[in-house]
Design a protein around this ligand. Structure first.
Ligand SMILES: *[C@@H]1O[C@H](CO)[C@@H](O)[C@H](O)[C@H]1NC(C)=O
Ligand SMILES: *[C@@H]1O[C@H](CO)[C@@H](O)[C@H](O)[C@H]1NC(C)=O
Length: 190
């Protein structure tokens, strides 16, 4: 290959990557009725997780609600976290434990309640309550349908239940929103 060849190959590869990413992030041409089995599914760097954004803010332009389908392998779990949106869970398969600290008035979450969750159960997380969902069943995947309000989700992550609320770290955009999130235009588009 000549001296001039490499930059061209590099450029074309780059162009291809940009185009491929853009099409994955674009709502153009998305059918109204979608086969969930064919939606992007990934662990987004979190071992044991399988996440599908069924319908969302960044991918589908939803403004009020967003829906996820998530599967947690045995032993896997969410971080301890809070968010200022409503969140509803429907457990489709498996079982596990919901840890919920509702003392959001004090300086840190504190010792959480431990509530068993099970197939065909439902629960909601009060706005800003620190919580964690854990597949504590050693033998079965835990599958949940999750509905949140006010997407895209802005998550504050705690290292433990006694970390001050003020020290919880904002993770935004969240794992599955990272690839397609674009900083909102500040001037033109408002
Ligand atoms: C949905 O997608 C799955 C996986 O590609 C496929 O097996 C199934 O037939 C599809 N369902 C319909 C109704 O097209
Ligand atoms: C969940 O509960 C509803 C209401 O009793 C019932 O109709 C449905 O079959 C249940 N689903 C499963 C998967 O058990």
């Amino acid at each position: 290959m000549g001296v001039g060849g490499r930059p061209l190959v590099f450029f074309l590869t780059l162009l291809f990557c940009i185009t491929a990413n853009a099409s994955h992030c674009s709502t153009n041409g998305l059918p109204l009725v979608r086969n969930i089995s064919e939606l992007p599914q990934d662990n987004y760097g979190r071992p044991g997780l399988s996440h599908i954004t069924v319908t969302g803010s960044i991918l589908h332009g939803m403004k009020e609600v967003e829906v996820w389908l998530q599967t947690f392998a045995p032993g896997s779990h969410t971080p301890i976290h809070r968010h200022s949106c409503e969140e509803v869970f429907v457990v489709l398969k498996g079982s596990g434990t919901l840890y919920l600290a509702s003392s959001s008035h004090s300086k840190y979450p504190g010792q959480p309640l431990e509530l068993p969750i099970f197939s065909n159960s439902t629960f909601h997380i009060p706005v800003n309550d620190a919580h964690q969902v854990w597949n504590t069943n050693k033998h079965e995947d835990l599958q949940v349908l999750v509905i949140i309000s006010r997407p895209p989700v802005k998550v504050f992550v705690y290292e433990d239940w006694f970390m001050p609320h003020t020290a919880a770290k904002l993770k935004f955009p969240f794992y599955w929103d990272e690839q397609c999130y674009q900083t909102p235009a500040t001037k033109d588009e408002l």
